[in-house]
Design a protein around this ligand. Structure first.
Ligand SMILES: [Zn+2]
Length: 125
């Protein structure tokens, strides 16, 4: 983390805290929306189209909740790495991750080259 100037670390830490808190709040909102739906709508009174729509919305909520939790966890991991001094070091090659990359993606675990190699080998774009 030595390559990161203190003011940059401060900016990154603030971004990560905001990211973690926003993602946690979004997950809570989506979770309570799902519970509210169960409370307020009697499934017996819904027609087939309404049930299908409700099911679709519930599935989208589940995906959003999972993504929000994953984002909050990634931000938490990054904050722990700041605390233990390992933040900003590529987990694959051990080199410093450029801080412009970290400013754009504060939860990055790999340098750009290793991330590209990882995505190629794992079939992502
Ligand atoms: Zn690397």
């Amino acid at each position: 983390m030595k390559h990161l100037p203190a003011p940059v670390v401060k900016i990154l830490k603030d971004k990560l805290i905001r990211l973690r808190d926003d993602a946690s709040n979004e997950a809570c909102i989506a979770e309570s929306r799902g519970l509210q739906f169960l409370d307020t709508k009697d499934r017996e009174t819904l027609d087939r189209v309404e049930r299908a729509e409700a099911w679709r919305e519930a599935e989208i909520d589940k995906v959003e909740i999972a993504l929000d939790h994953a984002t909050a966890r990634a931000a938490d991991v990054a904050l722990q790495r700041i605390a233990d001094g390992s933040y900003g070091v590529c987990q694959d090659c051990g080199r410093a991750i450029a801080w412009v990359r970290l400013l754009a993606l504060p939860t990055a675990l790999r340098c750009a080259a290793c991330q590209q190699a990882y995505e190629r080998s794992h079939g992502q774009q």
